[in-house]
Design a protein around this ligand. Structure first.
Ligand code: ADP
Length: 231
């Protein structure tokens, strides 16, 4: 099973991606993490992507599409992939559809996490990530045990360099002007799962699983009630 998760910055995609990946034995794949990794390693792709990411602009489609397809080709022991942050434009969605057909796969559902803009701004203002592994915290709603120290690896919490107020506003504008069009794209293909993301993470996760069940995509997908058939 292959899933897409989309939603504005701060809508909880990362958290839901991890929960679903675990529950459904999918490989989590975050386009933002992949880009930050490439930038950190100084690869040629990373160097090309860096100015876009720093401005909060979308990187050119060619850069990101190649990176994602590479991930889809190597699933390891997972039964599929969950894409978090890709696609973000209609051309990206079209290229993904064309590529999965070639790979003899398909996208089963696209989950949209809807959260009001004011709630997003609130969440993002307090979003911190750990320096070492990028674990995400919220100083207000999901703080670590020790102030600004990651529970998991003890590294200090920092704000992402693109999480300043102005850059957040810019990225939200791109989302609500452009990425939001994916709603119609996937609805037209009968693949849209529209979820209220303004709830506790566990509740959102249950709603997603219930909606995927209704769409009929859970059978044989590593779901505990529908055991994967060994592939
Ligand atoms: P956010 O959702 O908060 O913007 P991400 O970590 O998902 O954070 O993405 C960080 C940056 O990586 C984006 O601002 C953009 O520059 C780039 N990026 C991520 N995914 C894509 C994509 N599908 N297409 C183009 N650029 C992307």
């Amino acid at each position: 099973m292959n899933l897409i998760l989309f939603g504005a910055q701060g809508s909880g995609k990362g958290t839901q991606s991890q929960l679903l990946a675990e529950h459904l034995r999918l490989k989590p794949c975050s386009s933002g993490d992949l880009l930050r990794e490439a930038i950190g390693q100084g690869t040629s792709l990373g160097q090309e992507a860096k100015p876009y990411v720093e401005r909060g602009d979308l990187v050119p489609d060619d850069l990101i599409v190649g990176l994602i397809l590479e991930q889809m080709r190597d699933l390891g022991d997972r039964t599929g992939i969950i894409l978090d942050g890709f696609p973000r434009t209609i051309p990206q969605a079209q290229r993904l559809d064309a590529s999965v057909t070639v790979l003899r796969q398909r996208i089963d559902a696209a989950i949209y996490l809807e959260v009001p803009r004011q709630v997003l701004l609130d969440r993002l203002a307090y979003r911190y990530v750990c320096e070492k592994a990028g674990h995400v915290w919220n100083l207000k709603t999901h703080p670590p045990r020790v102030d600004r120290i990651c529970d998991f690896d003890g590294s200090p919490l920092i704000q992402r360099s693109d999480d300043t107020e102005a850059k957040i506003a810019h990225r939200l504008d791109i989302f609500f002007n452009e990425t939001i069009r994916l709603i119609d794209y996937y609805a037209a293909r009968g693949k849209l799962v529209h979820i209220n993301g303004n709830n506790a993470p566990e509740t959102v996760n249950q709603h997603i699983l219930a909606a995927l069940g209704q769409l009929g995509v859970l059978e044989g997908a590593g779901h505990p009630h529908a055991q994967a058939s060994g592939q």
